[in-house]
Design a binder for this molecule. Structure first.
Ligand code: HDL
Ligand code: ZN
Length: 418
């Protein structure tokens, strides 16, 4: 065993290991270059990320329609002016843009958006992807793949296959949250569906799921759910979960990722920025884990108020793996709070973060900011541990951090380490 680390050296060693450990990013909205325009990248896409737009709309006299009528560079110019020039870019989303620009060696003190654009215009996408993965220290990521998305579906039907770098997740929001619409589409694709979700429909939905699992080779099946989600439930959602999703996921030996607490379309004029959060009922997760002990569940919740309950539920259900500080709780103050209580209640048996990146270069800031917070909390925990006389070694820290950064997920999902 390597020598125990001296107390006053623990923080430095943790920082080194956290910075130096490559990450498996288990939930993103990125696409492999083979998905063409679906992969967003560059400074104008970063500036018009919906997180920044929500903040922009609070500052501008412009109407929503006026903004949406502009092209992407003009939208980015407007955001840059309002959020970076007219006021300091203090928010996490604004700071993130600057973290990325600085990581590429650009001098943000110039505030010269034209020069930043020139840097990205000089990049070739294939090489740029490798550069971003290297800067962000990512070894692999999981996309969000939606068979109901008319732009994405043809790419899968054309035979695209995931690889070790860009892995897939089969996303089922429309199937579970809008059965009538999904039923119409399934019928249009040739599935024998009449919409009553009787045994015939259930068989057809199971066939649909099996077909897309075969096509996408997903690491998990995912769905986002409203704060009102309950289980068991006689709703279409509850029936599809019980009679379709659970049996198919079990037979395919795939986990189901529950992402709970999103209130969709609170302000539709904001488009992707339209969604908000609501406190959800964690007992729904308990009931699912207990009703389907042979299934495995990943879970992340959107409301800060749900985090402690979710940790306690995970202590009751070994088939439940908690992951990420999702979306509105992915801000430094709350990431630290959530990560601290998870170490205290779950030890090292969870996955602290995913990036949720929508624009390629966001991998850099989302992971840089997260590594800082995780390292800070981990250092406190190893210091507390060392005070008991337990020998804290670099070897143990390395093993633990590899688990936090993807190994725990792979072990939970019985995945071969990619
Ligand atoms: O439903 C989800 O997966 C969310 O992450 C939404 O895509 C959301 O718009 C988002 O990007 N949050 O970070
Ligand atoms: Zn997401």
């Amino acid at each position: 065993m390597t020598q125990p680390i001296e107390l006053d050296k623990i923080r430095n060693v943790v920082n080194e290991v956290v910075e130096g450990t490559p990450i498996f990013d288990i939930h993103t909205h990125l696409y492999a270059p083979g998905f063409d325009r679906l992969l967003l990248w560059g400074v104008d896409e970063m500036l018009t990320y919906h997180y920044l737009l929500a903040e922009f709309f609070r500052t501008t006299p412009m109407s929503y329609d006026q903004f949406w009528a502009m092209d992407r560079p003009a939208q980015a110019d407007a955001v840059w002016k309002q959020l970076f020039i007219e006021r300091s870019p203090l928010s996490e989303a604004c700071r993130g843009v600057l973290t990325v620009l600085a990581e590429f060696g650009l001098d943000v003190s110039t505030r010269d958006l034209t020069s930043f654009r020139r840097h990205f215009a000089q990049q070739s996408l294939e090489k740029h992807v490798e550069t971003v993965f290297a800067h962000a220290h990512i070894r692999s990521l999981i996309m969000t793949n939606d068979p109901f998305d008319d732009q994405e579906r043809p790419i899968w039907e054309g035979g695209w296959k995931p690889d070790a770098q860009f892995q897939s997740a089969l996303r089922l929001d429309q199937l579970l949250n809008d059965w009538p619409e999904a039923a119409q589409k399934l019928a249009g694709w040739g599935y024998k569906i009449n919409g009553d979700l009787g045994e015939g429909d259930r068989q057809a939905v199971r066939c649909f799921l099996r077909n897309w699992i075969e096509r996408m080779q997903p690491r998990y099946l995912g769905v986002s759910l409203p704060p009102t989600f309950t289980y068991p439930d006689s709703s279409y959602c509850g029936q599809i979960i019980e009679h379709c999703l659970m049996p198919v996921a079990h037979d395919a030996d795939l986990p189901v990722a529950l992402m709970i607490g999103v209130r969709r379309g609170v302000n539709p004029a904001m488009r992707l920025a339209a969604d908000a959060v609501g406190k959800a009922d964690v007992t729904a997760v308990d009931h699912l884990c207990r009703a389907f002990p042979e299934n495995r569940f990943l879970a992340t919740m959107l409301s800060r108020e749900n985090q402690h309950e979710l940790c306690v539920s995970a202590r009751k259900h070994p088939n439940l793996h908690v992951f990420g500080c999702w979306w509105f709780v992915n801000v430094p103050s709350i990431v630290e709070e959530i990560t601290r209580e998870r170490f205290e209640l779950l030890g090292l048996t969870y996955t602290p973060q995913h990036s949720d990146a929508r624009v390629l270069e966001q991998l850099i800031y989302k992971w840089s900011h997260t590594r800082t917070r995780i390292a800070r909390v981990l250092s406190d925990k190893y210091t507390d541990l060392a005070h008991t006389g337990w020998p804290v070694t670099r070897e143990d820290i390395g093993r633990d951090v590899e688990g936090l950064f993807g190994g725990n997920f792979e072990q939970f999902c019985r995945l071969p380490t990619m």
